[in-house]
Design a protein around this ligand. Structure first.
Ligand code: UTP
Length: 302
């Protein structure tokens, strides 16, 4: 089987409860960092890695996501008539080749593993990437591209890994590593959301994966795991037992957990600061805000 990866699954069927009430009607993946929605960062990263087919696993209430990647003739005409060329250019980021994007519904939220399994017929019998758009990774070479290059050498299954604080391991899938060679590590165990005292390391799986189709077959027979959900981690861990072909990749770059309020705010500051058109005013605001001991606004984001 070839190690070439051209399909990516983007599971976006979750409720995004940490951002309620906003996510009652706005999918988390459409929330912007400055002026680009989280999902745009994911698509750009995937394209840089050579992905040409995008499979979104969605749910009720996510139509804004489908509209985002659709054409918008009236808007385009208005921008054209108004000679707003830079905005027409900005809209081009959302262009998708006809047939390059597919939407599959996960009717019941039964976990990340189940969401990926819902895409099995579109994935077929080839390796595929999984991208969680709420993990935004800022890197000189996009994270998935780093992984695809490493994956070409050994195939199997690969997860993106980073060190987390020991007290935070219960929020992640945690890795037990057997050996390391450069950025690639051979994995001998994985456990979903362990208590700190049970964690085999502080090395966490974050939202980028390259998986063999065998994972889909493992998911076929999977029962609920941690939190009563069908866990992708369990289906990958089963491959350690069966084929000993699971690798973790210690990527270069900085990951922002935009599924959490704190991570989202940090990413907003970092990406805002990186924009030449915003930076001078933004820096000035932050400096004076902090010098004045961060005065609380009268209207609170409760
Ligand atoms: P999260 O654990 O972040 O859940 O899911 P969530 O619903 O997005 O957010 P909170 O925790 O309620 O605030 C991780 C990823 O898995 C997807 C989510 O959409 C997200 O991209 N997912 C999770 C599904 O697609 N289906 C599921 O059943 C569960």
């Amino acid at each position: 089987m070839t190690n070439r990866v051209t399909k990516a699954v983007l599971p976006v069927a979750g409720f995004g409860t940490r951002f309620l009430p906003a996510t009652k009607s706005v999918p988390k993946e459409i929330m912007p960092l400055v002026d680009r929605p989280l999902v745009q960062y994911a698509i750009d990263e995937a394209r840089a890695a050579g992905i040409t087919e995008f499979i979104f696993v969605t749910s009720r209430g996510k139509s804004a996501l489908e509209d985002y990647f659709d054409s918008a003739p009236e808007l385009e005409k208005a921008l054209h008539d108004g000679k707003k060329h830079h905005l027409i250019e900005a809209l081009k980021q959302t262009d998708m080749d006809s047939g390059a994007v597919a939407y599959i519904r996960q009717q019941e939220r039964r976990g990340l593993g189940h969401a990926v399994w819902c895409a099995r017929r579109l994935i077929g019998d080839e390796p595929f990437a999984v991208i969680l758009p709420d993990d935004v990774i800022d890197a000189d070479k996009p994270c998935l591209q780093q992984m695809v290059e490493a994956y070409a050498e050994h195939g199997g299954n690969m997860v993106a890994a980073m060190e987390v604080e020991h007290s935070r391991v219960s929020s992640y899938g945690i890795l037990d590593v057997k050996s390391e060679s450069g950025a690639s590590m051979k994995v001998q165990g994985m456990v979903e959301k362990p208590q700190p005292e049970d964690a085999p390391s502080d090395l966490a799986v974050i939202g980028r994966y390259i998986l063999s189709p065998q994972i889909l077959r493992n998911l076929d027979t999977m029962d609920s795991g941690a939190g009563g959900e069908i866990q992708l981690t369990d289906a990958i861990a089963a491959e350690i037992e069966k084929n000993d072909n699971v690798y973790a990749y210690r990527f270069q770059g900085r990951r922002f957990d935009c599924g959490s309020k704190s991570g989202y705010l940090q990413a907003t500051v970092a990406f805002g600061m990186a924009r030449d058109d915003l930076r001078p005013e933004f820096v000035e605001f932050l400096r004076s805000y902090l010098e004045n001991d961060a005065p609380k606004p009268a209207i609170r984001a409760v």
